[in-house]
Design a binder for this molecule. Structure first.
Ligand code: NAD
Ligand code: DAU
Length: 351
């Protein structure tokens, strides 16, 4: 039986990756390591928490002693590293936290993997899950390919670029087997309502203003989170050593157009008069250093690994809105902070 460490598995994307691996690979033991920061929510994994091939470990990737001990205890065959500070706005107000978790924490994991595998890398793999934001903003109508130079603009993207560089440096310097993917904006169930789509769904639902940064002209390339999880599974199992794979849906939306679609769909679903939700749009001060456009060229993963998004955006956004409307309890617990007691209630009690 192989033992795989997934970091950040209580977060948005991580929880979908953990679920996919636990359900799909009964011959793997999946260890989910998460510090349960504000973004970690074990309620995301209620449906698989009792599966025999799933283990949750609460811990911080910046805690060197804890991480080295974890690698000794489990003797991991592979690492899928998603734990990170992930929100650009928070990185603008607290860059150091991003450096600490995203760079320092990643290097501790790399050291632990290197030490644990002791230069015998047969069958081992360290997979870093990264972002398209490392490439900066593509304002000229082109696309980010795997060859695009790094040009990060925010403290968040600088920290992710730094961690990508460290991962590649460990491959070049120590021969550590690695793979990296850089993905575009994800949306779907279980996303913390600080990011555009879940925040706006929640605000429309409760008739609160929709704070559009600047003129709403920035462009993002949206991918349904389960399609990202499927791509991660493929890259982990079939990606070539030391390669990078860009992941994206060829699905670009100007923020304002996307918001208007959400308003329209939610008016229909909530039985509100057409145009009601759009009245909530409120233009606010722009995000500092706001990247204008992200656009991923996903041809490499499509051609080499046979991946393609399974959901069209219209279906994905409708499913996502339904999920948030049907899971009021999840949203209520997240907005009230009650979700942070779940670990104490469910796990500490068992020990
Ligand atoms: P998230 O913020 O929802 O989840 C991050 C998880 O990491 C949380 O569960 C949190 O508790 C955990 N964590 C944070 N600091 C930690 C630490 N020091 N030690 C252990 N655990 C810690 O993030 P997400 O949106 O699911 O993103 C996951 C990964 O994917 C990140 O690396 C992010 O950079 C990358 N990514 C995200 C997107 C996106 O659109 N959300 C797109 C591309 C890449
Ligand atoms: O591209 C991948 C990245 O996508 C990931 O690496 C990040 O972890 C993830 O957070 C996301 O970053 P963005 O900054 O693009 O996502 P966010 O949802 O914060 O914002 C999307 C767009 O919407 C962006 O142009 C800013 C704008 N926005 C966002 C918020 C939260 C608003 O206009 N108003 C808002 O309130």
């Amino acid at each position: 039986m192989k033992t795989i460490l997934i970091t950040g598995g209580a977060g948005f994307i991580g929880s979908h990756v953990v679920r996919l691996f636990v359900n799909q690979y009964s011959d793997y033991k999946i260890v989910n390591l998460d510090a349960l920061t504000y973004a970690g929510n074990l309620e995301n994994l209620k449906d698989i928490e009792d599966k025999p091939n799933y283990i949750f470990e609460k811990g911080d990737i910046t805690d060197e002693a804890f991480i080295f001990n974890l690698f000794e205890r489990y003797d991991f065959d592979g690492v899928i590293h998603l734990a990170a500070e992930s929100h650009v706005d928070r990185s603008i107000s607290n860059p150091l936290e991003f450096l600490k978790t995203n760079i320092f924490g990643t290097v501790i994991l790399l050291n632990a993997a290197k030490e644990s595998w002791k230069d015998n890398y047969e069958g081992k793999r360290f997979y870093h899950v990264s972002t398209d934001e490392v490439y900066g903003s593509v304002d000229d109508g082109g696309f980010f390919t795997e060859e695009t130079s790094y040009d990060p603009q925010s403290p968040y993207s600088a920290s992710k670029a730094g961690s990508d560089h460290f991962v590649r440096a460990y491959a070049n310097t120590y021969g550590l087997p690695i793979v990296i993917s850089n993905c575009s904006n994800n949306y779907g169930p279980n996303q913390f309502p600080e990011k555009l789509i879940p925040l706006f769904i929640n605000n429309i639902r409760s008739n609160k203003p929709l704070p559009v940064y600047g003129k709403g002209e920035n462009i993002r390339d949206w991918l349904y989170v389960i399609d990202h999880a499927i791509a991660i599974d493929l890259v982990y199992h079939k990606g070539k050593n030391k390669e990078t794979y860009n992941i994206g849906g060829f699905n670009e939306w100007k923020n304002l157009d996307l918001i208007k679609v959400m308003c329209k769909v939610m008016d229909e679903k909530l039985g509100r008069e057409k145009g009601t939700s759009e009245k909530l749009i409120t233009y606010v001060k722009d995000r500092a250093g706001h990247d204008l456009r992200y656009a991923i060229d996903a041809n490499k993963i499509m051609n080499e690994l046979g991946w393609k998004p399974s959901l069209q955006f219209e279906e994905g956004i409708s499913k996502t809105i339904d999920w948030y409307l049907e899971n009021e309890e999840w949203l209520k617990n997240v907005t009230s902070g009650a979700y942070q007691q779940y670990y104490d209630e469910m796990y500490e009690k068992r020990d």
